[in-house]
Design a protein around this ligand. Structure first.
Ligand SMILES: *Cc1c(COP(=O)(O)O)cnc(C)c1O
Length: 373
């Protein structure tokens, strides 16, 4: 008999572990028939704001809209001229949100050790049209926000944190949104806090900003049939809010379990020179959304793992500055050499709170076999 497959994430295991609680919350929401807005929506906004350290939360339809709406409300809708600096090594949504808010993305390279924004490259990327910086807290580790903020303050730029992978991350005792103007979260099912569909949130310490984003996402509504701006429809469903309220109560424990799995991988891979681990900075608490290593012959190893029932992932194979959609920006791959090099080497190992020590051991031994064969 072949051993059971190890998925990249296991949402079914999470559901089964909390089935009663989740089913009851959903049933109650259905019985109340409050599918748009409603008590769970309101309660979750408050509970998530508290969990983020106290402030205000605007719930929206997804993490991409959270980024787009935060930029739009902080900078005003752009006309394609103003620039927003971010990284190329991220999910496409970061770049899309900048474009859809009316701005032009400018990409900086990354630190090869952490795969995070090279904050030393920020200063040189600033031009007269620069309006904002979007640091991406990729894989669950926060960018050095003290450095981002000092550049932003010096040049009068807004800072919108892409925290879609960073629920539960800290940098020098601060969480996403504590230093920047806003932090944007995704509740895509596979994120550390995932809904049963799409969802997103903007966390900010600015009550007025949160109110404007929430209004924009709900038809620019002042009152039920009174609209003061042309908004859109991008709301978090009542059912998703009900699920997220239950899951939020377990999030800290899940993040702890994720860190435990990562510690096993660290231990099992220690001393292996063919597997380059992504570093965690000393001042950071990592939320361990993903456990990413860099290896040679990545695609061959990825296929060999799959053959043995180990489902690893690649985050991300094509950096934004090499994407066809951004070809008009005029980047060549060698403009961001660290990013382009890493995109061919990154590999995400299976990671979810329910993963067991024996699974981690099998992942690592299979990985080592695949590399040396
Ligand atoms: C998931 C993700 C987003 C977008 O979130 P959605 O809810 O899927 O729209 C944005 N940025 C990063 C880095 C992400 O991982």
């Amino acid at each position: 008999m072949t051993a059971k497959a190890i998925p990249l994430v296991d949402l079914r295991a999470q559901y089964l572990a909390h089935k009663q609680e989740l089913d009851a919350a959903l049933a109650e929401c259905v019985e109340n028939a409050r599918f748009i807005g409603g008590p769970d929506h309101e309660a979750f906004a408050g509970e998530f704001a508290d969990w983020c350290g106290g402030g205000y939360v605007a719930l929206v339809g997804n993490g991409t809209h959270a980024l787009e709406f935060a930029l739009r409300e902080l900078l005003g809708p752009g006309d394609g001229v103003g620039e927003v600096i971010t990284v190329s090594h991220t999910f496409i949504a970061t770049g899309e949100a900048i474009v859809n808010a009316g701005y032009r993305p400018v990409f900086v390279d990354m630190d090869p050790r952490t795969c995070l924004m090279d904050t030393g490259a920020l200063e040189a990327a600033i031009r007269p049209d620069t309006r904002a910086i979007v640091p991406v807290h990729l894989y669950g580790q926060m960018v050095e926000m003290d450095k981002v903020m000092s550049v932003a303050r010096h040049h009068g730029l807004k800072v919108v944190e892409d925290a879609a992978q960073a629920h539960g991350a800290w940098w020098q005792g601060k969480r996403p949104g504590e230093l920047g103007d806003a932090a944007c979260f995704s509740f895509y099912p596979g994120k550390n806090l995932g809904a049963w569909g799409d969802g997103g949130a903007v966390f900010t310490r600015d009550a007025d900003l949160a109110g404007r984003i929430a209004r924009y996402a709900d038809h620019g509504r002042e009152d039920k049939y009174l609209h003061d701006v042309a908004g859109t429809n991008s709301r978090l469903d009542g059912l998703q809010a009900a699920v997220l309220r239950v899951k939020l109560r377990h999030l800290d424990a899940w993040n702890e379990a994720r860190r435990g799995v990562a510690a096993w991988y660290d231990e099992l891979l220690n001393g292996d020179e063919t597997v380059v681990r992504t570093e965690t900075r000393e001042d950071a608490v990592h939320a361990r959304h993903l456990y990413v290593v860099q290896i040679d012959s990545r695609d061959r190893v990825l296929a060999a793992l799959k053959e043995k029932g180990i489902h690893a992932g690649v985050h991300y194979p094509v950096p934004l500055h090499e994407q066809p959609v951004f070809s008009h920006l005029g980047y060549a791959p060698e403009d961001l050499p660290v990013t382009s090099h890493a995109a061919r080497r990154v590999l995400s190992l299976p990671l979810y709170p329910e993963l067991e020590r024996a699974d981690a051991e099998r992942v690592v031994s299979t990985l080592k076999e695949a590399i040396s064969s």
